[in-house]
Design a protein around this ligand. Structure first.
Ligand code: KG4
Ligand code: ZN
Length: 338
C-alpha cells in the first residue's frame, strides 16, 4: 500500500507548530512558543500574528529536516482552519494554501478542537487508542467541552463552558496571586505542596453538563482582597495552600461534570485533551475514576496535550484516507464549530 506523508501546520493561537507524519506515525513535531506574550500577562492577537509570520518558515523547514522528508515526498498539507484568533489562523491558512498549490498536492482543513480529541489516535508504542463511543473532555486556555465521540468524524458537544475556559480560570487566578503567565503549570506545581482543604471556594451552580468559571475567579479575587487587607503578607505566607485549594475546587468541578456525563450517556471510556490535561490533579482524579467508577481513561502524552501540529497531522491523515480534501476557496474561521 501507498505511503502517506502529511505535513501539518498549526497557528490558531500563540504557538507556531509544524509536524510531519508517515502513515499515522509522527516523524517530527516542532513547536515555537511565543515568549512575547508573557510580559503582557496574556496573548496579544496582533503580536501573535506577527510572530507566526516570522516563525512559520523556519518551523516548517525544521519539521521537514527533523523528519528527513523532502517537500516532493509530501502527499498533502493539513492546516488548522479554526477556531482561534483570526490573525493567527490567517498566517497558517495562507501559508498552507500556497505551499499545497505550489507542490500541486491536496490541502486538508482541520478543526482544532477535533484535533485535540483525535490526538488520541496518533500511532504510538505503548499507547491504547480509545474505543468508540467515548467521552472526550477538552480543557484548555480557550475551551472547556465534553464531547460524545461516536466515530472519528461523528462528534457531539454535550456540555461546555458558558463563560471562561478552565485554563483561563487558572491563568486569571494566577494573575490575582501575582504569578506569571500562563499560571496553570505553576499553580499545579505549588498545589502538590499545599493543603487542598486549607481554603474553601464554592462551586458554581450550573445545570446539566455545562460549566462556568467566571464566578470562581471573582470569589478568589474577593477572598484575596479581604485576606490581604487583614494581613498584607497573606499570599506569600499561604501560596501553596491557596494554589492547592484552587486546584481542588477546579478538579472537583471537572470531575462532577464527567461523572454526570458518564451517568447520562452510559459511556465509561473517557479521554482528556488540551493544555490543562497536563495537570497532575486531573490526571490523578481520572486514574482514581478507574477504580471508583469503573472508567477506562485515556490521557495523551504530554507533547500532544498543549497546542501542537501532530494532532493536526493525525486528522489530516484520517481525512486523507476518506478523500476529504479542502476546496480551493477554503477560508480561516475564528468561530468554527465542532
Ligand atoms: O491547549 P493550550 O496549549 O492552548 C489553548 O488552546 O488554550 O492550553 C493552554 C492552557 C493555559 O491556560 C495554561 O495555563 C494551561 O493550559 N495549563 C495548565 C497546565 N499546563 C498548561 N493548567 C493547569 N495545570 C497545568 N499543569
Ligand atoms: Zn488548543
Amino acid at each position: 500500500s501507498q505511503n502517506i506523508y502529511i505535513l501539518a501546520i498549526e497557528s490558531s493561537c500563540d504557538d507556531t507548530a509544524a509536524s510531519v507524519m508517515l502513515n499515522g506515525r509522527i516523524l517530527s513535531n516542532v513547536v515555537a512558543n511565543q515568549k512575547i506574550h508573557e510580559e503582557y500577562g496574556g496573548v496579544v492577537p496582533e503580536l501573535a500574528s506577527r510572530a507566526h509570520q516570522q516563525n512559520i518558515v523556519p518551523v516548517v523547514q525544521q519539521a521537514l529536516k527533523k523528519a528527513g522528508v523532502e517537500k516532493s515526498q509530501l502527499n498533502a498539507i493539513a492546516f488548522t482552519r479554526g477556531p482561534g484568533l483570526m490573525g493567527s489562523l490567517l498566517v497558517g491558512t495562507s501559508f498552507a494554501k500556497s505551499l499545497a498549490y505550489g507542490l500541486n498536492i491536496p490541502l486538508i482543513d482541520v478543526n482544532h478542537m477535533q484535533a485535540h480529541i483525535l490526538a488520541h489516535f496518533i500511532d504510538e508504542e505503548d499507547f491504547n487508542k480509545p474505543e468508540f463511543p467515548f467521552l472526550a473532555m477538552t480543557i484548555s486556555g480557550g475551551h472547556t467541552q465534553i464531547v460524545k465521540v461516536s466515530n472519528y468524524f461523528d462528534m457531539e458537544v454535550i456540555g461546555e463552558t458558558i463563560d471562561d475556559a478552565v485554563g483561563e480560570a487558572y491563568d486569571k487566578s494566577g494573575k490575582i496571586l501575582g504569578l506569571g503567565y500562563p499560571a496553570g503549570p505553576e499553580i499545579d506545581k505549588r498545589a502538590q505542596q499545599g493543603n487542598p482543604k486549607a481554603f474553601k471556594f464554592t462551586k458554581p451552580k450550573v445545570d446539566g453538563l455545562n460549566f462556568s468559571f467566571s464566578g470562581l475567579k471573582t470569589a478568589i479575587l474577593y477572598f484575596i482582597q479581604k485576606e490581604t487587607k487583614a494581613n498584607p503578607n497573606f499570599i506569600e505566607e499561604n501560596l501553596n495552600d491557596i494554589c492547592a485549594s484552587i486546584q481542588y475546587t477546579i478538579i472537583g468541578i471537572l470531575i462532577d461534570k464527567l461523572k454526570l456525563a458518564s451517568k447520562e450517556t452510559g459511556i465509561k471510556h473517557i479521554a482528556i485533551g488540551g493544555g490543562v490535561s497536563a495537570n497532575s490533579g486531573i490526571r490523578k482524579a481520572l486514574k482514581d475514576g478507574e477504580k471508583k467508577f469503573g472508567w477506562t481513561t485515556y490521557i495523551p502524552k504530554f507533547e500532544y496535550t498543549t497546542d501542537n501540529a501532530a494532532m493536526i497531522a493525525i486528522v489530516g491523515h484520517l481525512k486523507f484516507l476518506e478523500g476529504e480534501f479542502s476546496q480551493n476557496n477554503v477560508v480561516a474561521s475564528a468561530r468554527l464549530k465542532l
